[in-house]
Design a protein around this ligand. Structure first.
Ligand code: SAM
Length: 479
């Protein structure tokens, strides 16, 4: 058993390592993303950071070790794939005992993170430990214990013994506790568990692009950052290639394609709202005491915000006129056979265009800013005649190479429904074969049996997760 003195020593050692890093303005971060997109995220972060060596692949995301806050903050504003950015407060090794766990959490000075008047929430994830028996198996209990440790630390910090409240829905601060087995197996003191204590700098998930209004769950929309990750995986070239979503639903991929092609930050709507209300905190980071007390951190954040504002205003003022953007829009096509879904897709795109102040092209042709959204059965769809021409016309000739994607229904319930879907998948594959020569076709499905109905040779399959549903992104090269 570790003596209290030795335990304090380990905590101090880990604390002082972090303090030293912080003095050099370097910190530790973890950027999470939908499972399966870790490598895509790593590549994206390296591009944002303009550094080929930054970041280490982790489970469910990328770790930034001894890293400038600039990279983490830029990722918060520019990553299309990231879900959240966490700052690591401590990383300690523990014996197999929940008492040490409580002490490790209490050892953090939580008053430097948030204030008594602010609310918090605790989330516990146990990586490989989840499959083991032992005291660290029950994450609900561990979250409760961590909450007690934080509350006790606050109570001891003021004479009246006042504590902050928990808000499970909209907390000012979310604390993440990540438990895992020690990489080396057993450490020098017999400890075997590694605990990372982190805080979420984002507040709401970065995938929320803020254009989704109202309830349209009937479409089963993809998460926005998953859709962006898929676009990266397709290697779609916005300057040359057509992008078609043949079952576009609420238009998630069309919007991601537009933001990517136009090189607009995915946090566009939130950024513009921040620009109008600079003093309202919109990311948790802006509420934290360590941030409010550090001129350096505030300057770094402001620089990143200003850079993003410049990017948006450049596009608003010049690029649309230069017609580059017009051509990018004209290469993006969405189809669906369901009117209700198409209405939602058009509404969503309209919100993005209006945010940018472009609404002149809307409605004349039933298109939004020339991004074509049309009613069409995917089983009889043919490629657009040429770049910019209306898709869904009747000629097969003149097909331009590009990407055709779809995320068909998965059908979980009825046999009859499954039979229908089998036929849908099969016929869709046949239509691709017949009409989409020179295209790269991608199908994202959560039903691993239905994919067999597509009688095409798969070039690759990536395992991705749409929420909790394990999916495959299947690629077919059509010749
Ligand atoms: C899972 S949803 C796609 C959701 C979409 N990716 C989004 O993020 O909103 C499947 C879509 O396929 C459409 N669909 C199903 N069969 C179709 C067909 N034969 N032709 C065109 N669209 C079809 C449905 O109307 C529905 O909108």
């Amino acid at each position: 058993m570790l003596s209290p003195g030795l335990f304090r020593f380990i905590m101090e050692k880990s604390g002082s390592k972090l303090q030293k890093l912080q003095k050099r303005n370097q910190r530790e971060y973890f950027i999470s993303c939908p499972r399966g997109l870790e490598e895509v995220l790593l590549k994206e972060i390296r591009k944002i950071a303009e550094d080929e060596h930054v970041g280490v692949l982790g489970q469910g995301g990328v770790a930034l070790k001894g890293c400038s806050p600039k990279i983490a903050y830029a990722t918060m504003l520019h990553s299309r794939v990231a879900s959240r950015v966490y700052e690591q407060l401590a990383k300690v090794t523990l014996l197999d005992s929940t008492q040490r766990y409580y002490q490790a959490i209490k050892a953090i000075d939580w008053t430097t993170i948030f204030s008594l008047q602010q609310t918090f929430k605790v989330q516990t994830i146990n990586g490989k430990l989840g499959t083991m028996n032992g005291p660290f198996r029950n994450t609900l209990y561990l979250s409760q214990l961590a909450k007690d440790a934080i509350v006790d630390r606050f109570r001891e910090s003021n004479r009246q013994g006042i504590r902050p409240n928990v808000d499970p829905h909209f907390p000012d601060c979310t604390v993440l506790l990540y438990l895992d087995l020690l990489d080396e197996g057993i450490g020098e003191n017999g400890d075997s568990v590694q605990l990372s204590i982190l805080v979420d700098l984002c507040g709401e998930a970065l995938g929320n692009r803020h254009y989704r209004k109202g309830d349209f769950d009937f479409v089963a929309p993809l998460r926005e950052n998953l859709a962006a990750g898929i676009l990266y995986l397709t290697e779609w070239d916005p300057k040359k290639e057509i992008f078609i979503d043949s079952m576009c639903g609420s238009g998630t991929t069309l919007i991601e394609a537009f933001l990517l092609g136009a090189q607009l930050p995915p946090s566009l709507i939130k950024l513009l709202s921040k620009q109008s209300n600079p003093h309202t905190p919109l990311w948790s980071l802006e509420k934290f005491n360590f941030f409010k007390r550090s001129g350096d951190l505030q300057n770094i954040w402001q620089e990143q915000l200003d850079r993003a504002y410049r990017q948006i205003s450049m596009l608003r003022e010049r690029d649309f006129e230069k017609r580059n953007l017009k051509y990018i829009c004209e290469r993006i096509y969405g189809f669906d056979h369901d009117e209700r879904s198409l209405m939602v897709a058009k509404k969503n795109l309209k919100i993005i265009f209006q945010t940018l102040g472009f609404d002149s092209d809307y409605s004349d042709h039933g298109d939004v800013g020339k991004i074509s959204i049309k009613k069409q059965d995917a089983l009889t769809l043919i490629p657009p005649l040429s770049t910019g021409a209306a898709a869904g016309a009747t000629s097969v000739s003149g097909a331009s190479a590009g990407v055709i994607f779809c995320n068909p229904p998965y059908g979980k319930r009825l046999d009859a429904e499954l039979q229908q879907l089998e036929s849908l998948y099969h016929e869709y594959g046949e239509n691709l074969k017949k009409n989409f020569k020179n295209y790269r076709a991608y199908v994202l499905t959560g039903n691993l049996d239905l994919r067999k109905a597509i009688a095409l040779k798969t070039t690759s399959r990536a395992v991705l997760y749409n929420g909790d549903i394990e999916c495959r992104l299947l690629r077919y090269d059509l010749y």
